[in-house]
Ligand binder design. Structure first.
Ligand SMILES: [Zn+2]
Length: 253
């Protein structure tokens, strides 16, 4: 059994949601955590979490939403969280200086506001950080929060910095790519610091690149880690599942 700690489920990419969900469960995925990261995906993800037992959700405004969202709307997240028991964290939130480098100040403001809510509600955070490592670390250090560095792709030094701060690294399809250096970094980090994620429909693992990604490919990522660590697939499944269960706030419905 596996937990996909980060995926996106929407009619926009999957015409038959019932089919995809049961296909994922049949592939051994016991829980899927959807990332609701803008107004539309927040409400769509919550709808699926209410409908399907195995689906949970994190909500928060992605840094690319910087021009579409107000502080007031961010404050509304608290009410949404109170209403839905299947919201297990806040995210994906963070900083993206690759696509949005003109808006650093407002991104930091929105990011910190959401970190403040996570701290207040004692919820883990799922962090999106692109070309913004130093500012991300600076913001995180101001709050008493833990969580996942989603789609981690940094150096060993950066990995260890995040781990010391209490964060897990979200590892997905990139680790299966032949030209990726991620495996070399991950090998030097204990498995206790890793959670599995697909970021589906994006970042499909090898050898399925070109197809639409989905949680059913989590075992392919696990296989890659099994080779890297030289441990059994069962061990990868057991440890990464425990890591996710310990981190996210799974409550009874
Ligand atoms: Zn994502």
């Amino acid at each position: 059994m596996y937990i996909d700690t980060h995926c996106h489920l929407s009619k926009d990419y999957y015409p038959d949601i019932d089919f995809i969900v049961s296909e994922n469960i049949n592939a051994g995925i016991s829980k899927m955590i959807l990332s609701g990261c803008d107004k539309k995906s927040i409400s769509e993800s919550i709808m699926y979490a209410e409908k399907y037992e195995n689906i949970y959700v994190t909500i928060g405004y992605h840094p690319e939403e910087v021009s579409n969202v107000s502080i007031d709307e961010i404050n509304q997240l608290k009410n949404i969280i109170k209403r839905c028991k299947k919201i297990v964290g806040i995210g994906e939130i963070g900083l993206d200086y690759h696509y949005e480098k003109e808006s650093k100040e407002k991104q930091i403001l929105l990011f910190e506001k959401q970190l403040e809510i996570a701290e207040e509600l004692n919820l883990p955070v799922v962090i999106h950080s692109r070309d913004a490592t130093l500012d991300t670390i600076n913001c995180l250090q101001k709050y008493n929060v833990k969580g996942v560095i989603h789609c981690f792709s940094g150096s060993l030094e950066v990995a260890n910095t995040y781990i010391k701060m209490g964060f897990k690294l979200g590892i997905g399809g990139v680790v299966t790519f032949k030209n990726s250096k991620l495996g070399e970094v991950i090998k030097n980090i204990s498995l206790e610091n890793i959670v599995l994620e697909t970021d589906s429909p994006y970042l499909t693992p090898d050898p399925y690149r070109g197809k639409v990604n989905s949680s059913k490919y989590i075992p392919v990522i696990a296989q890659s880690l099994s080779s890297l660590y030289n441990v059994s697939l069962e061990e990868i499944s057991k440890v990464t599942t425990e890591n996710a269960l310990n981190l996210f706030n799974f409550r009874k419905k």
